[in-house]
Ligand binder design. Structure first.
Ligand code: ADP
Length: 317
């Protein structure tokens, strides 16, 4: 029915090589790495073999080229990534604290990514797209939110499907307008890929089975819960449940795991794989990505993920 598309932020990430707090003194940094949750998602989706396209914007600068070249190399259609001459590519500086939390310096609010417009190229892409993957981060960006709603209506009308990664922090959803928009997103999606915490936020119920049931009643057909080192779980509206134990890996950089997981899952499902097989690849994609420094550096092709699965043990379930 046409490619999987996603809308939202494209940026570079620059990472401190030492753990600690903040950026208040000169530090050794590595990067720029291509990044942005939807960009990581769509890169993994393309790498696994899916037909994939990105909607977003970069500046007319090297950081923009870093992203465009990577997405193109990995097979993502970038015809609807516009290049702004007025605004730079977004960036994020990241430093890990010893406890695993992160400090950020973001330059996104005034970057090209925050100022998307509905272009002719975008119109052409959306009119042939088969699936829209929505990242909850669009709720923080009014222009991406408007484009997402418009694209969703068009794709729905032509019989396409929608997935949602809530990718949402609790502080954000406490905001009245965001809560309302999030509710709309949950009701639009056929497939939802939340963390355990996001599932509770989306459903408003603590108990996992009750929360899942409530999302099925609101329209979803499939729910896949991401649990970090504890793997993932699939539910469908007919009562099926599949638990997938995590692969045992040394985590070097957790950024991007959930996005790679989602990109692999959606990519595999749209290639016609059954949920159990898609879940296996998704688990492998998330785990492989945390073993490599840089948010999208560990995204894998199908052959790379097959190889990873063949040589990596799993946690016992
Ligand atoms: P997010 O990045 O959205 O917080 P998770 O941390 O839950 O998402 O990671 C998504 C998926 O990636 C997990 O469900 C799991 O399959 C895999 N994964 C993530 N971190 C690890 C890890 N340390 N070891 C093994 N698998 C992992």
């Amino acid at each position: 029915l046409g490619p999987t598309i996603t809308v939202g932020e494209i940026l570079v990430e620059i990472v401190a090589t030492t753990e600690g707090e903040g950026f208040l003194e000169p530090l050794d940094l590595i990067g720029p790495f291509p990044s942005g949750a939807p960009a990581i998602f769509i890169d993994q989706c393309a790498r696994i073999g899916g037909s994939a396209a990105m909607v977003g914007a970069v500046g007319d600068d090297d950081f923009g080229q870093v992203n465009i070249r990577r997405l193109q190399r990995d097979g993502v259609d970038v015809s609807a990534v516009s290049v702004s001459t007025d605004h730079p590519t977004g960036s994020a500086f990241v430093r890990y604290r010893p406890d695993g939390t992160r400090d950020f310096v973001f330059n996104i609010a005034k970057s090209a990514a925050a100022l998307l417009e509905w272009t002719t190229q975008l119109e052409m892409l959306v009119s042939r797209a088969g699936h829209l993957h929505i990242m909850g981060t669009v709720l923080a960006m009014p222009s991406a939110w408007e484009i997402t709603k418009r694209a969703a209506d068009i794709i729905r009308a032509r019989g396409g499907s929608l997935s949602l990664d809530p990718n949402l922090r609790k502080e954000l959803i406490d905001h009245g307008q965001v809560r309302e928009q999030f509710k709309q997103l949950v009701e639009m999606a056929d497939l939802i890929l939340p963390s355990g915490e996001e599932l509770v936020l989306a459903a408003g119920v603590q108990d996992e089975r009750a929360a899942v049931q409530s999302l099925f009643q609101r329209g979803a057909n499939e729910i896949v819960i991401k649990r970090g080192r504890a793997g993932s779980t699939y539910y469908d509206r007919h009562g099926a449940r599949i638990d997938c134990p995590a692969f045992l890996v040394d985590e070097l950089d957790p950024t991007g795991a959930g996005d790679c997981f989602g990109g692999a899952y959606v990519g595999c499902r749209r290639l016609g794989m059954a949920p159990a097989q898609a879940l296996n690849y998704a688990n492998a994609a998330g785990a492989r990505n945390v073993t490599v420094r840089g948010p999208m550096e560990g995204a894998g092709t199908r052959a790379e993920l097959d190889d990873f699965m063949a040589r990596t043990a799993r946690a016992s379930s």
